[in-house]
Design a protein around this ligand. Structure first.
Ligand SMILES: CCCCCCCCCCCC(=O)SCCNC(=O)CCNC(=O)[C@H](O)C(C)(C)COP(=O)(O)OP(=O)(O)OC[C@H]1O[C@@H](n2cnc3c(N)ncnc32)[C@H](O)[C@@H]1OP(=O)(O)O
Length: 178
């Protein structure tokens, strides 16, 4: 049974976050890397057929006084989206969070954010997402960001399984078109 996290966010899979199960080499992302001491440490949980995360912006995340900087909103949608995509590939391959196999790492190929309303600085922000297309390496994720229950932004992204060339120490990938 899911337990409740911050803002009543249900944490399925025994409270294990997707980001807790990335391999160490892929756990340094500013938005969601658990090993980045200066990062935002976003955590994505399964909640039924969806995923959910919560984050409370700090005063330095101001756009204009009282409202959240849009780049932060994009970061939350971005990192929650890549985690949602990674979880979709993990599930497709027959795994569940808690299995010993690490969760595969997806990176952002494209990201669209629609800012529907100004996002107030103060309440915890909640992002809910879902994989709407799951291919061999490509996953399309849709998501919504809420502040105090009000929809403030929508996201749509294409995430792609990180190629071997992104592993630290790997030889550089050839430039596109070469
Ligand atoms: C130190 C390590 C850190 C790595 C870990 C970093 C984790 C950070 C996570 C947080 C999010 C980020 O900030 S990530 C950082 C920002 N993103 C990046 O730097 C990524 C830069 N781009 C790339 O490296 C590349 O373009 C990739 C990996 C995304 C895709 O290249 P590829 O591996 O050669 O794959 P490719 O064959 O081109 O595409 C695979 C499938 O995705 C589709 N696809 C590809 N790009 C797009 C696109 N822009 N829009 C729509 N669809 C696309 C293709 O049509 C294809 O679909 P189909 O034919 O299969 O249907």
């Amino acid at each position: 049974m899911a337990k409740e996290g911050t803002a009543g966010v249900a944490q399925g899979d025994h409270g294990i976050a997707v980001q807790d199960r990335y391999p160490d080499d892929f756990a340094w992302c500013y938005g969601c890397g658990r090993l980045n001491p200066a990062g935002l440490h976003l955590k994505t949980y399964r909640d039924g057929e969806e995923t959910v995360t919560a984050f409370r912006p700090r005063p330095e995340h101001t756009a204009i006084p009282g409202f959240v900087y849009g780049g932060l909103i994009a970061s939350l949608i971005d990192c929650h989206g890549t985690a949602t995509a990674s979880l979709a590939l993990y599930h497709r391959d027959g795994h569940r969070l808690g299995d010993p196999e690490p969760v595969p790492r997806c990176v952002t190929a494209s990201l669209q954010v629609d800012y529907r309303r100004p996002t107030p600085l103060g309440p915890e922000l909640v992002v809910r997402g879902r994989a709407v297309e799951v291919g061999a390496r490509k996953v399309v994720v849709e998501s919504e960001l809420y502040a105090g229950g009000t929809l403030c932004a929508r996201g749509r992204m294409v995430a792609v399984l990180a190629p071997p060339s992104m592993t630290p120490g790997a030889p550089p990938a050839p430039a596109p078109g070469t």
